[in-house]
Design a protein around this ligand. Structure first.
Ligand code: PLP
Length: 384
């Protein structure tokens, strides 16, 4: 067979997908697995957004859109930033893509040269190092330990900066830990970026999923150097619709647009029209978000207290829908521990190996309260 590229040969399948696939496979075999693996809301999207998608189909809004996204959606995104973050952008500073993931990818491709370093906070979302390497860069992890609630120490980030550093990735609320950084940490990271003339990739996908405290927009403190990565997947339960958006300095957005124009030609038209409505009729969308937040909060409280009671040390995260739990009472090796949870307790979690979280696993509570209760009972039976 002819050869594959070096870049693709190095690329690993995401462990989230691997464990999710195994959990689904067990389900198909009739084994009743409580899957706490997935990174997506278990809610249906809000009615007004579903309605808007139907309208778009009925109106025949099914053609190619501009590669950078429809003007209306980019305008609606500007409205979102002004309303919620007090950040003023023009539509030229907005790009719409196929999920936040693609915005991130366009961003790394636009700013990295071979050997450029990108600082990422560990435990990290596995996509960061994978995309950085695909773009020829070198991921440089800085550890945020469980004792701090997975909040990084700014001095550790500063020490990781070298002459090759090109960017820092900030993700708060974070996947996989649920950590929400205090404002002073976000501001200090923005200051570092300004001081060293770096890019700040602010992955704000989980902005709306905060249970205690408020969101801090890093872009407010490093406007000229920040690419905001955002989208409709998490807060509006629109994962499969694949709409993400980015905001940043105009030249960066233009560069990302050039790549997008030659790669995907832009995002799905129907979903773009529907997300425009989600942003423009925000009172209804906000009501939906509030409803889901209350449900997540109840599940988080139950899960965190239940796991800690059983000796699985778990910081109480303030955001997203994940907790990162120490599994060493089951097995010091997180892969073996996660496998025992799956095969013996029929509870699916994602081992921390690929997140750089040894001894730990990620539990997603984007699943019903009944499932959370059942998972805790099963783990308790496994331990007794
Ligand atoms: N950023 C983080 C931290 C995520 O967890 C995800 C999805 O899991 C994304 C970005 C991208 O989401 P999407 O491509 O669905 O918009």
């Amino acid at each position: 067979m002819p050869q594959f590229s070096q870049a693709i040969s190095k690329l690993k399948a995401s462990s989230t997908v691997v464990f999710n696939t195994r959990a689904q496979e067990m389900k198909r075999q009739g084994i009743d697995v409580v899957a706490m693996t997935a990174g997506e809301p278990d809610f249906q999207p809000p009615d007004h957004v579903l309605e808007a998608a139907r309208d778009a189909v009925d109106q025949g809004l099914t053609k190619y859109t501009p590669a950078e996204g429809t003007f209306e959606l980019r305008e609606a995104v500007c409205g979102k930033f002004a309303r919620e973050n007090n950040l003023q952008y023009t539509p030229e500073q907005i790009i719409v893509g196929t999920g936040g993931k693609q915005i991130l990818y366009n961003g790394f491709m636009a700013v990295l040269n071979p050997g450029d370093e990108v600082i990422i906070i560990a435990p990290y979302w596995v996509t960061y190092p994978a995309q950085i390497e695909l773009a020829g860069g070198v991921p440089v992890p800085v550890s945020a330990p469980p004792e701090t609630g997975f909040i990084p120490d700014i001095d550790d980030i500063r020490s990781a900066i070298t002459a090759r550093t090109r960017a820092i990735v900030l993700n708060s609320p974070a996947n996989p830990t649920g950590a929400v950084y205090p404002p002073e940490v976000v501001i200090s990271i923005a200051e570092l970026v300004n001081e060293h003339d770096l890019w700040l990739f602010a992955d704000d996908l989980y902005e709306h999923l905060i249970y205690d405290g408020k969101f801090t927009a890093a872009a407010s403190y490093a406007r000229e150097r920040t690419l905001i990565i955002h989208g409709a997947s998490k807060a509006y339960a629109l994962t499969g619709w694949r709409i993400g958006y980015g905001a940043g300095p105009i030249d960066l957005i233009k560069a990302m647009n050039r790549l997008q124009g030659q790669s995907t030609s832009g995002a799905n038209s129907i979903a773009q029209y529907a997300v425009t409505v989600a942003l423009n009729e925000f009172d209804k969308t906000r009501a939906f978000i509030d409803m889901t937040l209350e449900a997540y909060r109840e599940r988080r409280n139950l899960l965190v207290s239940g796991l800690n009671r059983m000796g699985l040390k778990t910081p109480n995260p303030r955001g997203a829908f994940y907790v990162m739990s120490d599994l060493t009472v089951i097995d010091p090796n997180e892969n073996k521990a996660a496998l025992r949870l799956l095969e013996d307790a029929h509870v699916g979690v994602v081992p921390g190996t690929d997140f750089l979280a040894p001894g730990h696993a990620r539990f997603s509570y984007a699943t019903s309260l009944d499932n959370v209760t059942e998972a805790l009972e099963r783990i308790s039976r496994l331990l007794n």
